[in-house]
Ligand binder design. Structure first.
Ligand SMILES: [Zn+2]
Ligand SMILES: [Zn+2]
Length: 267
């Protein structure tokens, strides 16, 4: 998995494992699952979509930042993880070297390595998340017990935000809500180059170019579609790279208009 050089900043995909979802069930324009017939090469013989699961390492020179923390050491038949710390160490980074961990949102497949058996994994890091996601997944009366167990140990080192904010020089948190109440993308900029880490604003590159597609786990379908459209409108046909933790092999790409239609171009 190769590094991306965004000016002075290095961004490296970190693989943790993989996930499996029935393509027609999870990703479609409402009532139009047959649209997958146009993309037979994107699913396996069972119609399943293979998702990467992982995160991204950002090295700015001063800060060592993780965007998301994989799914952790689980294997539930559909989602399987375990490689995240190994992927990090391959880059010469030990868990205690990490200065910041920033979550795109708090679904289980993005916070797996935040803690292990109640212990904080990246012990020297500050943790960043949109306040609305912390409220929804951890603080609310209807919060998820699994999320509370996994995330509560982070509370004393947590910094929440509600609007666009600087995470580190050249790394901005920018709310793009809809998939969850506090879904956030992270924009890496340096020397005129730009990379947008999309979280689950898109689970698959096709979601960026197929008009109106939405994902079954989007909590607000309209919000997710609007946030995605705003980002596509802003970054299509520019030099900005787009990447997300579930894209095939975590590879980045660009959205370009070709013959009047949006198309995805993997780097
Ligand atoms: Zn999600
Ligand atoms: Zn996800």
């Amino acid at each position: 998995m190769s590094d991306m050089k965004i000016g002075d900043i290095t961004v490296t995909p970190l693989m943790d494992g993989s996930g499996l979802e029935c393509a027609r069930d999870v990703l479609q324009r409402h009532g139009s699952a047959s649209e997958w017939d146009k993309h037979p090469d994107q699913v396996d013989d069972h119609g399943d979509l293979h998702l990467s699961v992982g995160g991204f390492l950002i090295r700015t020179g001063e800060s060592i930042v993780l965007i998301d923390a994989g799914v952790g050491t689980i294997d539930n038949g559909r989602y399987r993880g375990g490689l995240f710390l190994e992927s990090l160490r391959t880059q010469g980074v030990e868990p205690e070297d990490v200065t910041d961990v920033a979550f795109t949102h708090l679904h289980f497949d993005h916070v797996g390595w935040a803690t292990k058996k109640g212990q904080v994994v990246f012990e020297n890091a500050t943790y960043h998340v949109h306040a609305a996601d912390w409220g929804f997944f951890v603080d609310d009366v209807n919060s998820e017990p699994g999320a509370v167990r996994k995330l509560s140990p982070l509370e004393s080192r947590l910094e929440t935000f509600t609007e666009t904010s600087v995470l580190a020089p050249g790394v901005d948190a920018r709310p793009a809500v809809g998939h969850t109440p506090g879904s956030t993308v992270y924009v890496v900029s340096s020397q005129g180059a730009k990379l947008v880490l999309l979280g689950d604003v898109a689970h698959h590159p096709l979601e960026l170019v197929e008009d109106g597609w939405s994902f079954a786990f989007d909590q607000s379908k309209d919000g997710a579609v609007a946030s995605r459209k705003e980002l596509v409108d802003e970054f299509a046909d520019t030099d900005a790279l787009l990447a997300a933790g579930h894209f095939p092999d975590l590879r980045p790409g660009r959205v370009k208009t070709v013959d009047g239609s949006l198309t995805w171009h993997t780097l």
